[in-house]
Ligand binder design. Structure first.
Ligand SMILES: [Zn+2]
Length: 278
């Protein structure tokens, strides 16, 4: 086994553990409970979870999705969130660090920057799905993290990430654009079409990905995915029903696709554009 593979296995395990922590954030943050204390416990019987019953994915499988103390079911979303976070963090590593020769402070900082971004997107997606809220910790409070991260990476290797100025413009354009849409919607319909949570979230996404072309792609992708899911939701549930689907998860999904495939998509769009114009 060479060092490069060992490192990637280590990064995957790190991602699984981060996913396990995100499960705690998802369960506790909407109620403003601390994510550090008390330690993990069963939501049904309240008994503490020993370290050997708290190993990502593995414990859930070994316990056959049941609490050791009370036998109540443990939702499959726990291991799924761990697996998804593990794979996404590994993807961040592979994208930020193309090979062992690129293993320097700048590339590792870029990995940490993107992994932070991805973890927040995973957590807020599931919080928004369950509670229709996006915590400020993962949206507006994270904007300085996005801008300062871009500044730090820019000092180490300016070619790796959008500059801190682009990050700042991204936050302003992202937040400003959705705020304007929300304002127009309110003027026409006199009701809240886009929540302030989504406005703050797009500001955060802009601060990590920069304004152009990333924000354009995020909006395009999230609108397309959101429309497809929204139409499916109406068809399946019957018409006349007020469809309340949170928009945050679509913005998060659009941001993930843009982070990993943005360059390819922009190239495809630019290739397709002359054909559309003619
Ligand atoms: Zn229990």
């Amino acid at each position: 086994m060479n060092l490069w593979i060992v490192l990637q296995v280590f990064v995957l395990i790190l991602g699984l553990c981060l996913g396990s922590f995100l499960n705690v954030c998802i369960a506790r943050m909407p109620d403003d409970r601390s994510v550090v204390s008390p330690p993990s416990h069963c939501p049904h019987c309240g008994s503490g979870i020993a370290w050997y019953d708290n190993i990502p994915i593995l414990s859930w499988l070994l316990l056959r999705a049941r609490c050791r103390s009370c036998g109540n079911g443990i939702a499959a979303t726990y291991p799924l969130i761990e697996a998804a976070t593990g794979l996404l963090v590994l993807l961040c590593w592979r994208q930020a660090i193309p090979g062992v020769e690129a293993l320097d402070a700048a590339h590792i900082a870029l990995f940490a920057y993107h992994a932070t971004f991805v973890c927040m997107l995973v957590a807020l997606t599931f919080i928004d799905l369950d509670h229709y809220i996006i915590p400020d910790e993962f949206s507006i409070y994270a904007v300085p993290v996005g801008v300062l991260g871009a500044l730090g990476i820019g000092l180490l290797a300016p070619e790796l990430a959008p500059s801190w100025k682009q990050a700042l413009v991204g936050a302003l354009v992202g937040g400003g654009f959705l705020l304007a849409v929300a304002g127009v919607y309110w003027l026409i319909r006199r009701e809240e079409g886009i929540g302030l949570g989504d406005v703050k979230l797009l500001a955060m996404i802009g601060s990590f990905l920069g304004a152009f072309p990333a924000l354009f792609l995020v909006m395009l992708l999230s609108s397309i995915i959101g429309s497809i899911v929204g139409i499916g939701h109406i068809v399946l549930r019957g018409r006349g029903l007020r469809t309340a689907i949170p928009f945050g998860p679509f913005l998060a999904l659009g941001a993930l696709v843009t982070l990993f495939f943005g360059d390819v998509l922009v190239r495809l769009l630019l290739l397709g554009l002359p054909g559309v114009m003619s």
